[in-house]
Design a protein around this ligand. Sequence first.
Ligand code: GNR
Ligand code: NI
Length: 167
Amino acid sequence: MAIRPILHFPDPKLRTASIPVVEVDDNIRTLIDDMLETMYEAPGIGLAAPQVAAFQRVIVVDTSEDRSTPLVLVNPELLECRGMEEMDEGCLSVPGIFEPVERAEWIRVRALDRNGQPFEMEASGLEAVCIQHEIDHLDGKLFVDYLSDMKRNRIRKKMEKQRRQTL
Ligand code: GNR
Ligand code: NI
């Protein structure tokens, strides 16, 4: 297992649409294990493969209190969305920024597990928000895209300034 570096907004690579996984093989399982280690170390409650520059449709999530319940979703598909809720969101690719975003509060999802077996699940609250946030990453979309142009530009400038200071 290895921790992989996380890309930061406004890196254009985060805008890549990730491609479906054709076969859940050992390479994909290594990616999954590295993503889990990177998510727990960050620490974050979710991570999408494009955040670590792997442009395949893989996400990991753990919203459990004791961070003991890793959830792996390969080729996740939103089947159903219900209700709306507004929650403060953050993103490991936009560090230090927290802004309210409106999302479905209940979802049903289909995906493949780490053995390539299809399964369906329901999620609500923070877990539902996190899964929607991660699926957006697979489509090159970031939570800052839901904010006003003014807010997003302010965040971009802040990130670019931070980057210059750390280089
Ligand atoms: O760690 C994370 N916290 C979080 C909080 C509210 C809504 C979504 C998230 S996901 C984020 C990790 C991340 O960037 N995943 O892509
Ligand atoms: Ni994110």
